[in-house]
Design a protein around this ligand. Structure first.
Ligand code: 5GP
Length: 188
């Protein structure tokens, strides 16, 4: 069996997961899983890079064929982790999944060795400000995301690590230390 890790990163919308992932990819030997979604692309998002953008029919077909490691629905759209894509990447390196809490807990069931890391905002106010300054969505959508935040925070206790993203470099280092520690434990 490969010694590579499945690393699951979750946290509320706007907490800075994307930036953290970019840093991790630049620093270490990680591959990023690209999820499939039925939501339309935001400005600047590319098919196959940010997400695989699928129609609802294509997504339903994927579910039926058992093509997703996990999937869930948010804000009326489906999101899922393509199984084959992740299995291929895992042969070569650790793989990072950036998915929501329901997906993460489903992954833990199918992959008990997966490392679950939850990214926390410094405060709720800070999170709200970050979402507003992103400017990519209207206020109603932002309110929906903040409501979802409360649910996600309520599940954060089930994760292996909880890391506060108050300072990017420190948060990234904490994540790397957590991964290194878990690898040592596994190899002991
Ligand atoms: P967004 O629309 O902001 O890109 O993502 C909305 C939510 O979907 C985020 O909480 C994100 O973590 C989650 N998400 C993205 N990809 C997946 C996936 O493959 N599976 C699951 N369960 N959630 C995902």
């Amino acid at each position: 069996m490969s010694n590579n890790f499945l690393i699951v990163l979750s946290g509320p919308s706007g907490v800075g997961k994307g930036t953290i992932v970019t840093r991790l990819l630049a620093r270490g030997n990680y591959a990023l899983s690209v999820s499939a979604t039925t939501r339309p692309p935001r400005k600047g998002e590319e098919n196959g890079k940010s997400y695989f953008f699928l129609s609802r029919e294509e997504f339903a077909k994927g579910i039926k064929e058992g093509g997703f490691l996990e999937y869930s629905e948010h804000f009326g759209n489906f999101y899922g982790t393509p199984k084959k894509f992740v299995d291929e990447k895992l042969k070569k390196s650790d793989v990072i999944l950036e998915i929501d809490v329901d997906g993460a807990l489903a992954v833990r069931k199918s992959h008990p060795a997966a490392l679950l890391i939850f990214i926390l905002p410094p405060s709720r106010e800070e999170l709200r400000n970050r979402l507003l300054s992103r400017g990519s969505e209207d206020v109603k959508k932002i309110e929906e995301r903040l409501e979802r935040t409360e649910y996600e925070l309520s599940k954060s206790g089930e994760y292996d690590y909880r890391i506060v993203n108050d300072e990017l470099e420190r948060a990234v280092e904490e994540i790397e230390s957590a991964i290194a520690l878990e690898k040592r434990r596994k190899n002991d």
